[in-house]
Design a protein around this ligand. Sequence first.
Ligand code: MN
Length: 257
Amino acid sequence: MASQKPHLLVTNDDGITSPGLLALKDALVEVGHVTVLAPNHNWSASGHVKTMHKPLRVDEVTLVDGTPALTTDGAPSDAVALAFLGIVERPIDMVVSGINRGANLGHDVTYSGTVTAAMEGAIAGVPAVAVSLNSHTHEDFSVAGRFAARLVRQVLARGLLEGILLNINVPPLSADQIAGALVTRMGLRIYRDELVRRLDPRGRPYYWIGGPPPTGVEEEGTDIWAVAHGYISVTPIQLDLTAHNMLSTLQGWDLAL
Ligand code: MN
């Protein structure tokens, strides 16, 4: 009975033509009815966006395997919002975002279009999972896809607490090379950004944030350690950004007007 299958919204931030999106869709058709609505170009490191000052377009397209899909000129989080606000008629049970080219570890989640698309799902009140592969060149998304499908099945069966999503990072290894899967906490990313200053053809300076890719503190128990040691990392993250350990200290401050 097709109508009883869970309805999964698949999106990403690398854009509708990304092979990672296709791999995720392929893995999830075994789990439920899949609708793809993804941005029409790459939005990597776009953060959590709500487009409010320009119109958004949605177009019907087909993926390279012929599967019908929807694409938008909005951000990944816009794509999820559009789906929930009526572009997708059938009620959505879960949002799955990815498979991203490149890891989303530690503070990356605050920049990540992949993760913020999943956050938009959590805001809409459904469980959500973000999936990233720790490589920009590895072409085999099958291990990440298979793991995502297994985890999505469990999320559908067990549920997630409201406002919580799962951030999955997969090392670019074959199934027999993967050390296993670990539940982790967010680690500390070390960004090595450098400001590049150049001159435009009219002699005015412009700036480009460059530099080598980020590293991270390899502390055991973190997402960064897990992926560096060949494990798939599963980190529960939440929309509640309150620093609970600061509340009582702050209450002791003089906050009088
Ligand atoms: Mn990306």
